[in-house]
Design a protein around this ligand. Structure first.
Ligand code: GLN
Length: 488
């Protein structure tokens, strides 16, 4: 296996040219999962046989020309378990979906298959993607590969940990308020939340439909571009999807020296761990060295972002989650009458955090409080969006720390839900405004990764990817945790 690396672009080339077989790649991923996942807990389900069969079909049934038309030929991919899959179970990390099997694949999964990627399994998440640490999964904890006493971030903790620990080169996650970018930052990988509408949400189990987006995890920006290209585009099943796709060519055309980069004062104030701050300052210096102009800016409504986000997200969640009634999906707790059956099923099937959010969301939408909470939050959402519009009249891009601190220890934020909610203070604004955001690793401090967040105007992913790629190319090549497996 010495010839294998987890550079997806390079591995696609080798599979297409026949230097490496798809089966070799899949076997390397499965071996690595078997070696390390007992200590990490990223995977909820591994489809060994299905993955091997799919790889063998690519190897034996396709000509070289056919393989060359597959942009992800033979690449093993992990899928967050809130994306529905026909061949594998889907739980959304919740007991209420125990035993559920989807009759169809999410559009992004169909796109992976059509691109020749091999879904190797489903990965862990906070229940219904509600959380910042993956501690709210009903099934297992996922550990941070850099330090197993710490959380991987969430809610896409399984996706980020699987990529960081070298189990797969690519993974899919979803981001409603930071669930791709926070775990990417904590696990030291690249993670992107695309513009709302870039990627189809068909088959993504809904949390907050006006905020949810699917996006890629990868070890490098170049690999993230590859995966993003495959999953983006118009889908007749999702009326909010749009028909534009970033490519490596448009990304490479970005000229760092022409970029004006905004530094919002609200994201660089008190409350940032000084060690994170030092790393981020170092990255800003490097950006200056690349010729970019750094401009101080202000996003004045940032301080209302967490309150606004948790009102809107929970209101939408309370409505979206009403479908889990013990009749249509998965788990049911029997009772003598129908109403009691609903109550028992929902009380036992949902975990504490999900129940808390349904209660908060239902309250915010109730007749007496709708104007005071939900409507007010929608108005502030508009103000937050306008802050960005105003900022983007002065700058091309914005950078911030992705998260104010380093990965925390298990249990640390479970005691106080507000503490957990504050983890997302720098990531929720992009979802509220529908903008693209990316977290890229910029180095370690005390052996733990620090992430830099990029934000761009809607549908300007290229700018982010181009600058992140330029920065990546001059930063020291990162080391990876848990070295020594077959896939390193
Ligand atoms: N941590 C945030 C929440 O708990 C965001 C989650 C997400 O992006 N899915 O709602």
């Amino acid at each position: 296996m010495a010839s294998l690396t987890w550079d997806a672009v390079e591995m696609v080339r080798r599979v297409q040219s026949g230097e490496v077989s798809a089966l070799e790649l899949v076997d390397a991923a499965l071996e690595r999962i078997a070696d390390v996942d007992a200590n990490i807990g990223a995977f909820l389900y591994v489809d060994d046989n299905g993955a091997r069969d799919a790889a063998s079909r690519i190897d034996s049934d396709l000509t070289r020309e056919q393989k060359e038309r597959l942009p992800l030929a033979g690449i093993p991919v992990a899928i967050k378990d809130n994306l529905v899959t026909r061949e594998m179970p889907t739980t959304a990390g919740s007991k209420i979906l125990e035993g559920f099997r989807s009759p169809y694949n999410a559009t992004v999964v169909e796109r992976l298959l059509a691109a020749g990627a091999i879904p190797v399994g489903k990965v862990n998440l906070d229940e219904f993607a509600m959380g910042s640490s993956t501690e709210h999964s009903a099934y297992q904890v996922t550990r941070n590969p850099w330090d197993p006493t710490r959380v991987p971030g969430g809610s896409s903790g399984g996706s980020a940990a699987a990529v960081a620990a070298g189990m797969v080169p690519l993974a899919l996650g979803s981001d409603t308020g930071g669930s791709i970018r926070t775990p990417a930052s904590y696990c030291g990988v690249v993670g992107m939340k695309p513009t709302y509408g870039r990627v189809s949400r068909y088959g993504l189990i809904a949390f907050a439909s006006s905020l949810d987006q699917v996006g890629p995890f990868a070890r490098t920006v170049r690999d993230a571009v590859l995966l993003l290209h495959v999953i983006t585009g118009k889908d007749p099943h999702d009326a909010t999807s749009v028909d534009v796709m970033p490519t490596q060519a448009t990304v490479a055309a970005v000229e760092p020296s022409r970029m004006r980069i905004g530094l919002p004062e609200e994201y660089f104030g008190d409350g940032i761990d000084p060690k994170v701050r030092t790393r981020v300052d170092g990255a800003l210096e490097t950006l200056r060295g690349l010729g970019a102009t750094l401009v101080p800016i202000s996003l004045p409504h940032t301080r209302y972002a967490i309150a606004t986000y948790y009102l809107i997200a929970n209101a939408e969640a309370s409505s979206n989650l009403s479908r889990y009634d013990g009749v249509r999906y998965g788990f049911r707790e029997a009772a003598p009458d129908l109403i009691q059956m609903y109550a028992n099923t929902r009380s036992l099937g949902f975990g504490r955090e999900v129940r808390r959010r349904i209660l908060l969301g239902t309250h915010a939408l109730s007749a007496g409080y709708y104007d005071a909470y939900y409507l007010k939050a929608q108005k502030v959402r508009t103000l937050i969006r306008r802050d960005f519009e105003q900022a983007f009249s002065q700058v091309d891009l914005i950078v911030t720390p992705t998260v104010p601190d380093l990965p925390f220890k298990f249990g640390e934020r479970e005691v106080d839900p507000l503490q957990m909610y504050l983890t997302d203070i720098f990531t929720v604004t992009t979802n509220l405004a529908g903008l693209p955001g990316l977290s890229q690793p910029i180095g370690l401090t005390d052996g733990l990764p620090v992430g830099l967040q990029w934000i761009a105007p809607a549908l300007q992913e290229e700018r982010i990817l181009g600058m992140a790629q330029a920065l990546e190319s001059v930063l020291p090549v990162p080391s990876w945790p848990m070295q020594g497996g077959s896939s390193q």
